[in-house]
Ligand binder design. Structure first.
Ligand SMILES: [Zn+2]
Length: 489
């Protein structure tokens, strides 16, 4: 159970993010090149989860709540057209359920709910309502497949929100469940703020609703306070008390939303709530993309068989656009650098076998891998690979020398992809020409001096480079290069 949270005053407002989206591999001041080398080995990791009788990591369902929780995101305003676009995109992606805002919230919410029910989507349509008979009646009339009812059970909410005791909550829950079931609809009963509710209260009400035939009970970390271990303990305990399905809902205030969802499945939960990019109240809930990243590592076959992962970027771009935010640089799967490799050692290994530094195959999501080689961290394998793409052939010793010069220039100033391409081309040209051109145009006198000093130190090399040179002793190094005094005029 989570500790109580003190009330704190709210200061300031959040700024509005701009509307342009990041792209995979590129952003201002950072460019990378695509690597088409894409095979991942099929070797099983020794750290893959071991199946046990509780775990549902290979058998879970997604309740996608962008159109309910996501509507509570500060930037969100979805009109019917936007809601239909999102619902269709989620349905194409393959989510199991789409959850909508309560039709009791407003007249337009009710009309939108009816319109989405009429789309004939494959996903089941749910709506999220308070545990009131009146709200349930309105919801049933909209044509939804099921209702997610919720009531606060923590002492905070009982005292400061609805003011009802546990007996009242239990009786109301049973009345609503029996009504909804009599109308042939699916029903979930959830507490709110479950991790700060009394465990005995929680288990006794869940046991009672399980007995009257609820389809699912829900555990909600409404304030984002739970840790994975607390989640595992609570879900595992609950699994021993109820026989119905268990849905879970995790807020991300302390960065545990994906980990908590995963632990919930390990402990026997069956359904996970997500939203696109994690949007929701405050900083949101388990993101759909983050959950996919976690689950594809746990059971790739299951995830690939159910979800059209190539649609992830499309649905994220759609929602990011509608709520006017950028896709974060470090977003799971679709962040611009999610599959960009920079350090020389990483790039070399990735070019040999991507599994060395990637747990997820970008191709599974229709994404590309990039090798970022325009930096002082680059290595000669990355430069060799780039030279190949440029159609330039050199010996290993030449690639290494060219790489050393690129690294020296990158120490003098920030170099971009175009700069690096031009250095490689000029270096190659100089090998076969009497007249030696500067490797990089436009250096200031100071930069040039720095580069010349750096070049001098290239002779006194670390052990590793000497070893490399021994290995390449037979490689051809044209005389023109050796007589050069400075590469930059
Ligand atoms: Zn929530």
């Amino acid at each position: 159970m989570c500790p109580p949270v003190e009330d704190t005053p709210v200061n300031g407002t959040n700024g509005q993010a701009n509307g342009s989206n990041g792209t995979n591999g590129d952003h201002p001041g950072f460019r990378a090149i695509q690597s088409s080398h894409n095979p991942h080995s099929n070797h099983k990791s020794p750290y893959q989860p071991v199946g046990d009788f509780l775990s549902n990591v290979s058998n879970f369902k997604i309740i996608e709540s962008t159109l309910r929780e996501g509507e509570q995101f500060s930037n969100a305003y979805f009109d019917l057209e936007a809601k239909i676009k999102i619902a269709k995109a989620l349905d194409e992606f393959g989510v199991d359920y789409i959850e909508l805002t309560s039709p009791a919230a407003s007249e337009q919410s009710r009309l939108d709910c009816e319109a989405i029910c009429k789309l004939g989507l494959k996903a089941k349509i749910l709506t999220h309502v308070r545990c009131h008979l009146e709200d349930a009646k309105i919801a049933v009339e909209t044509g939804v497949d099921g209702l997610d009812v919720v009531i606060g059970t923590s002492s905070y909410l009982r005292e400061h929100s609805h003011g009802k005791d546990m007996t009242y909550i239990k009786n109301t829950a049973i009345e609503v469940i029996e009504y909804v079931k009599s109308k042939g609809k699916e029903i979930r009963f959830s507490s709110e703020d479950s991790f700060r509710s009394d465990l005995v209260d929680l288990l006794s009400i869940y046991s009672a609703v399980d007995k009257v035939g609820v389809n699912r009970v829900g555990i909600a970390d409404t304030v984002g306070c739970a840790s994975p271990r607390q989640v595992y303990d609570l879900i595992r305990t609950l699994r021993g008390v109820v026989s119905c399905d268990i849905e879970t809902h995790f807020h991300n205030d302390t960065g545990c939303a994906v980990a908590n969802a995963y632990c919930a499945l390990e402990a026997g939960a069956t359904h996970i709530d997500t939203s696109v990019l994690g949007i929701g109240e405050r900083n949101g809930i388990t993101p759909l993309g983050g959950l996919m990243a976690r689950m594809i590592v746990a059971d790739r076959d299951y995830v690939l068989s159910k979800y059209k992962l190539h649609k992830l970027k499309e649905v994220e771009d759609l929602v990011a656009d509608l709520v006017e935010v950028n896709i974060p640089f470090n977003n799971y799967i679709t962040g611009f650098c999610a599959f960009t490799h920079k350090a020389g050692i990483h790039a070399k290994a990735i070019l040999n076998n991507p599994s060395t530094y990637e747990i997820i195959n970008p191709a599974d999501f229709g994404m590309s891998r990039y090798v970022h080689f325009a930096s002082r961290l680059t290595g000669w394998n990355a430069i060799k690979s780039r030279a190949d793409q440029l159609g330039l052939n050199m010996t290993d010793a030449q690639y290494k020398e060219c790489t050393a010069k690129i690294k020296a220039l990158a120490d003098v100033r920030k170099i971009g992809l175009d700069d690096t391409d031009s250095i490689i081309r000029t270096y190659h040209q100089n090998l076969h020409s009497e007249v030696e051109k500067p490797l990089l145009e436009g250096l200031s006198a100071e930069e040039e001096q720095k580069f010349q000093e750096a070049e001098k130190s290239l002779g006194g090399v670390p052990e590793k480079r000497q070893l490399d040179q021994t290995a390449d002793a037979e490689a051809e190094v044209p005389a023109a290069k050796k007589t050069r005094s400075a590469a930059v005029a």
